[in-house]
Ligand binder design. Structure first.
Ligand SMILES: [Zn+2]
Length: 472
């Protein structure tokens, strides 16, 4: 390993030297910075050219990325076809039971011959056309969150194929590392403990019961084995992927705790698994009612597994979605109680009880926010100057740009950079820093992080050389 890393560093240094400017001349980085300034200045940003710029610019990592939400509907249909499944034409849910009545269930071949049905499926499996047609539709947040159950029948099949597609797409848009929220953490429901999980003594008693359960331990082993088998051939010199099991925050307390406990155990055993995230609509009644309880569960389990770092979805809320009191504590508790090292979304910061104290803490402890502009605009209806990204910037809180669910939102990470650059006054230096920060704040092991940063140096040297050459 040591030899490999050294070779990598020598190559990176040699590449950087090869692209260096002669003394006195503007460097490629300076030329690129001036070119970038010309694209974002003026009355309207040059978005088409910015798209070309960001599609090619090295973007380091995608740190807020959901595997099942990043697969496009077209890919899921390929798997539906391959597995001989069909899609119910009323609910648009994948039907995996081949013995069931298939009268209302379309095969992929039938869907492909029926443009209206095919497009209806796209509307239910993604946000396509949401704002440019008048078909009866759900509220945006429900349209988004209900997509997942429709393609659920195939989402956990073909994991290796899915990761390969995501890797190919990442490499095509110059991304070297993805930390993906991957597969639901194993579930245990326990009626005895469901109403009792109010304090640490109950957490400890339930944990002991879980640890003695063969089914619980099998779930952990199976999850870990699936990460290992589905990730075969994914990591190489140019690309790295790491995984976070997820807990569903709207399920009952015994399930949520069991998922968290399983997630911590998996992350402490499998080096490819780097965190335990909590997902699902934060404004649903159970998510709101149990939020503080969940943070205390995280605290309890973190004390047992102090080496597992946490990135938590927190404050993915907008004014009006819940009563104002509900906007006042989610980021604060994710930091102060659960001990989160990264905050996913952090959208309710302006409404929190002590926003300035939170911002100070995040700045001083170097805890970044994962900013997902497309997702926030669609699900929460928050964009432009209403988006808190400028609060985090102003108060010196680190942040990264990430994609959330590019399959559902039919987007790319490059387009998130485009949105950032076209909406907020920025510079090449800042977007380049965002790219580096996405590696710096990753939970990947330190040696891998250093390798990825070295690679990023070489990628930027090449990119800036290409830009400079194109302008000659
Ligand atoms: Zn997310």
């Amino acid at each position: 390993m040591q030899k490999k890393n050294l070779t990598g560093m020598v190559i990176a240094t040699a590449i950087a030297a090869a692209f260096a400017a002669p003394a006195g001349a503007a460097s490629n980085a300076e030329i690129t910075a001036r070119h970038f300034a010309s694209l974002v200045s003026g009355p309207a940003p040059k978005t088409a050219e910015l798209a070309m710029f960001f599609n090619n610019m090295p973007k380091g990592a995608d740190l807020h990325h959901h595997y099942s939400g990043s697969i496009y509907a077209e890919q899921y249909l390929e798997w539906v076809d391959k597995l001989g499944y069909c899609v119910d034409k009323t609910t648009w849910i994948v039907q995996t039971d081949k013995a069931a009545d298939r009268k209302n269930c379309a095969t992929v071949a039938e869907l492909e011959k029926d443009p209206l049905a095919y497009r209806s499926l796209m509307h239910k499996w993604s946000t396509m056309d949401f704002y440019n047609h008048s078909e009866d539709q759900l509220a945006p947040d429900l349209a988004f969150f209900t997509t997942f159950l429709r393609f659920d029948g195939v989402a956990s099949t073909n994991g290796n194929d899915g990761q390969k597609r995501l890797k190919e797409r990442a490499i095509a848009e110059n991304v070297g590392y993805i930390e993906t929220v991957f597969e639901i953490a194993p579930i245990t429901f326990d009626a005895e403990f469901d109403g009792k999980l109010t304090d640490e003594a109950a957490f400890a008693a339930y944990l002991a019961k879980l640890e003695a359960s063969p089914a619980f331990n099998k779930g952990i082993a199976d999850y870990s084995a699936y990460v290992d088998s589905s990730s075969a051939g994914i990591d190489d010199e140019n690309f790295t992927m790491r995984y976070q099991p997820f807990v569903l925050r709207f399920l009952s307390p015994s399930i949520v705790f069991s998922q968290m406990a399983a997630g911590f155990k998996i992350a402490s055993q499998n080096p490819k698994v780097v965190s335990v995230n909590i997902v699902g609509a934060e404004h649903y009644p159970v998510s709101m009612r149990d939020y503080s309880l969940h943070m205390r569960m995280y605290k309890f389990l973190s004390a047992k597994y102090p080496n597992v770092k946490l990135s938590l979805h927190a404050g993915e809320l907008a004014l009006g979605q819940v009563p104002p009191e509900g906007l006042k504590f989610h980021i604060a508790e994710a930091l102060d109680v659960a001990g989160a090292r990264r905050i996913g979304h952090g959208m309710d910061i302006a409404h929190e009880r002590q926003p300035l104290a939170i911002l100070k803490k995040m700045r001083e402890k170097n805890i970044p926010v994962e900013v997902n502009l497309t997702s926030n605009e669609f699900i929460l209806g928050v964009k432009g100057e209403a988006h808190p990204v400028n609060i985090y910037r102003k108060y010196g809180v680190p942040f990264v740009l990430s994609s959330d669910d590019t399959g559902v939102s039919r987007n790319t990470l490059s387009n998130e950079y485009l949105l950032f650059a076209s909406r907020y006054k920025t510079s090449y230096a800042e977007v380049k820093k965002l790219s580096y920060d996405s590696i710096r704040y990753g939970f990947v092991a330190e040696a891998d992080k250093q390798r990825l940063l070295k690679q990023l140096d070489a990628r930027f040297a090449k990119f800036e050389s290409d830009v400079a050459t194109s302008l000659k």
